[in-house]
Design a protein around this ligand. Structure first.
Ligand code: ZN
Ligand code: ZN
Length: 141
């Protein structure tokens, strides 16, 4: 499998890079087309001043204004994951449904290493105000 890497962050609703023990992972989720009109990519609605409303709880189609609740929409998307397994060092790529599971109280996107079947957990990022601005990740909720 060869995953397509995003050319621009504008293509994604989610992008992150993590160190996981001795390994690492990058995960990203592409925006997908409006399920109703198939004309435009669904995105966060824009505010009156034209800026994107990052914290919006829904996604809207700019062509037909079809609106889907954030979680409902995100659950239908595919997460792309490129990893170096922390257990065995295998480098791989995989895809999974972009649906986080609650693992030890943390919202986690979990995939398995294709070689050793070990878990590769991409946890939801904890807010760390000290690191603000240093990272290109975005994980907005
Ligand atoms: Zn539409
Ligand atoms: Zn492994």
């Amino acid at each position: 499998m060869s995953l397509r890497f995003p050319e621009s962050m504008n293509e994604c609703i989610y992008f992150t890079r993590r160190s996981i023990g001795k390994g690492k992972a990058a995960a990203w989720v592409f925006k997908e087309k409006c399920p109703k009109c198939q004309k435009s990519l669904m995105g966060k609605p824009r505010k009156d001043d034209g800026r994107i409303s990052i914290r919006a709880k829904e996604y809207t189609c700019p062509s037909c204004n079809h609106t889907v609740e954030k979680k409902e929409y995100e659950d239908t998307l595919t997460a792309n994951i490129q990893y170096t397994c922390p257990g065995c060092g295998n480098k791989g790529e995989t895809q999974t449904q972009f649906k986080r599971k609650n693992i030890n109280g943390v919202q986690t996107l979990r995939v398995q290493c294709q070689k050793c079947s070990g878990n590769i957990d991409i946890t939801k990022k904890m807010k760390d105000p000290k690191k603000k601005g240093e990272s290109k990740d975005f994980d907005d909720d």
